[in-house]
Write a protein of this length. Structure first.
Length: 199
């Protein structure tokens, strides 16, 4: 059985727990683009609580819905600089930010034309940082697609195990944030944490 999921931007913990539980995952890029999903947004833990980071996309005048793989990133505003500054402000004091900083920095200083290419490149890098091997394929037919993993409005009913977060003394534990929240706070223990989560 071939399972697949739409590539998400800096996927949340629940999404990545599913990915690392697979030997092979197809990144589905030929679906119609949908708003209100994690295709172009992620959530991190900022000083004031949950902070949403959104990648602007180029909207077409064509009435037909865009296919995911055709969606281009909009660079009129310097969103890369803003996202990197937000990540630094949120996680500079976390235990492992400096450990991973050099690996992630380039993704915010080079331009990718297509959103899906950027997302897949980041997911591959994250899998490398987690030190786990998962074969990522693209554009294949899938028997089952885990589309719920990218719907931003869908509320996750289960709470993941708590781990220490930088600003938890102010706002408490925030569930299911970007995988970077886990990496910057747990470092090499992140993979073990992900494997405890049942999808």
């Amino acid at each position: 059985m071939v399972t697949g999921v739409c590539p998400a931007y800096l996927p949340n913990i629940h999404y990545m727990a599913w990915v690392v539980s697979q030997r092979q995952v197809t990144m589905v890029t030929n679906n119609p683009y949908q708003k209100q999903t994690y295709r172009n947004r992620t959530e991190i833990y900022g000083a004031n609580g949950k902070l949403k980071l959104t990648i602007p996309i180029v909207h077409t005048k064509n009435k037909d819905r865009q296919i995911d793989e055709a969606v281009a990133i909009h660079y009129e505003n310097n969103w890369q600089k803003d996202h990197w500054k937000s990540l630094e402000a949120a996680y500079r004091s976390s235990p492992f930010f400096e450990f991973y900083e050099d690996d992630l920095h380039p993704y915010y200083h080079q331009k990718f034309e297509k959103l899906m290419d950027f997302n897949i490149a980041l997911i591959k890098k994250i899998l490398s940082l987690l030190d786990v091997e998962v074969d990522l394929l693209t554009k294949e037919n899938v028997d089952e697609e885990f589309s719920d993993l990218i719907i931003a409005k869908k509320k996750l009913n289960k709470v993941n195990p708590h781990y220490h977060q930088v600003f938890q003394s102010k706002h408490g534990f925030i569930n299911n944030l970007s995988i970077l929240d886990l990496l910057f706070n747990l470092g090499p223990q992140s993979l073990e944490y992900l494997r405890q989560i049942k999808n």
